[in-house]
Design a binder for this molecule. Sequence first.
Ligand code: ATP
Ligand code: MG
Length: 458
Amino acid sequence: MNPSIPLTIPRPDHPISRSQLSSNALRVLYRLHDNGFIAYLVGGCVRDLLLGREPKDFDVVTNATPAQIKRLFRNCRLVGRRFRLAHLHFADEILEVATFRSAEPAEPEPDEPLPADGAVAPAAGRGYRSMPQHLKDEEGMVLRDNVFGTPAEDAQRRDFTINALCYNIADFAIIDHVGGMTDLQRGVIRAIGEPAVRFTEDPVRMIRAVRFAAMLGFTIEETNWQTLRQLSDTVTRAAPARLYEEVLKLFLLGAAEKTYQLLRQSGLFAALFPRFNAWLATETDGFPHTRVSQGLDWVDRQLQEGTRVTPQLLIALMFGEYLEELTKRFRSTGSPPQQALDMAIAEFLGELASTVQIPHKVGIMVRDILAHQHRFRKTPGRQPLSFVARAGFADAFAYLRFASEISGENRELICWWEKYIQETPPAPAAAKCVPSSTKPSRRRRRRKKKSSPPGAVL
Ligand code: ATP
Ligand code: MG
C-alpha cells in the first residue's frame, strides 16, 4: 500500500465512538484541533478500541511541536532525551502527546520551508547540522531517532501495522497508512517494512511481536516469524535494564503461559535466559523441569481473578525450582542455608546481568520469598504477628499456596496460616511493613507544599 495515500475509514464504517475515549483524551484532542493542529489518537488505544478491548492508555500524536504543546496545556511536562514528548498530567491519568516523527534521515537545511503535509519544524535551537538526528550502530540498531516528520512518516516508523492506526478527531475517521486494518481483521502481526531491518533497528520489537501475538491471540506473519527466529539471538543487543521491563510486561499481561511457549519456539527465551534454558532441558532425579510452565499458568489465573502479581513473585515462580537447586549445590559444599540461598541469588543475578538485568532490590525480595518458606512450617513459631506484618509476607504466602497446589503438600499449613490471619487483629502500625531485608530507613521529613497541585488543569 502506498503510504502517501492512506486508507480512510469514515465514522459510519468503524465502531470507535467518542464515548469510549477518556474525557481527558477527548479534551486534549479538541484543544489541539481548535488551535489549528492535527490531532490523532494513535497506537495501542486505536488497535484495542477496534478490537473491542479496553485500552490501557491513550496516546495522542500531533503536528504541534513540544514547545507549542507546552504553551497549550498548563499541566504539561516535557520528557525524553532521545525524543521530546509531552506528558499531560491529570488527577487520574497521564496522557502522552508526541509530535509526528520521521524514521528517514531527511536532513533539510535549518531554514528550509516546512513540508506542506503536516510536518513540523525542527525544535528551536536544535540545528539539523549540529548533530546527526538519526544514528545507527554498525549493525543497524537505531541509537538516536529524533526528527519531526509527516503523519505518513510517523506511521512508517511505528513497529507493527496494527499499531499504526490513527483516529482523527477532525472527522472521527480512522487513517491507515500501512495496511493495519486488514491485518487487524485477519489477526496478523506484521512489522511495517522489512522485518529484518525493523528487528535489527530495535531488537525489542521481536519481544513486542510475541507479546501482541499472545495478548491478542494473533499469529505472527510467516516471513516475520522466520526472520524473528533467525534474529532471536540478537535480542540481547538491547539494554539489559530495558529487557527486564519488557520481560515483566510479557509475563504480566495475563497470557504468560502462551507467551512462554512462543518465546521458546522463537529462540528468544534461550537468548534471554541462556543458562536457565539449558537447565530446563536437563532432568533432576529423572524428572523434567516443568515448574516454570505451572508457575506461569498460576500467574495467569491470579491475573484473571484480578489479583496483582508482583515482579518478585513472578520471578520466584518462574525460577524458584532453579534457585532451589542452585541453593542445594552451595549447601553441598558446606555453606549454611541462608548463605547458600544468598549465593544462589547472587549467581542467578550475575548470570542474567548482561541479558535481563533484574534489579538488586528485586533479587533481595525474591530471596525473602524463598527464605520465608521454612518459617511457615513453624506454627505459630516465634513472633507470628510480626511475620504476618512483614512487607514480603503476602508474596511468600502466595508462593507457598502455589507450591502446595502443584505438589499436593502442606495444605494443613496453609489452612493454619489462613485461620491465623483471619483471627488476628491487624498489627499495630509500628510493626507493619518493615521490609524483611532492609534496615529501618531514616525517616525523611516531607517538606510542606506551598499550594496543593492542580487536579485536571487544561
Ligand atoms: P500496550 O497496550 O501494551 O500499551 P501499545 O501498542 O500501546 O501496547 P506502547 O509500548 O504503549 O504499546 O507504545 C505505543 C505505540 O508506540 C505503539 O502502538 C507503537 O505504535 C509505538 N511503539 C512502541 N514501541 C515501539 C518500538 N519499539 N518501535 C516502533 N514503534 C513503537
Ligand atoms: Mg500503550
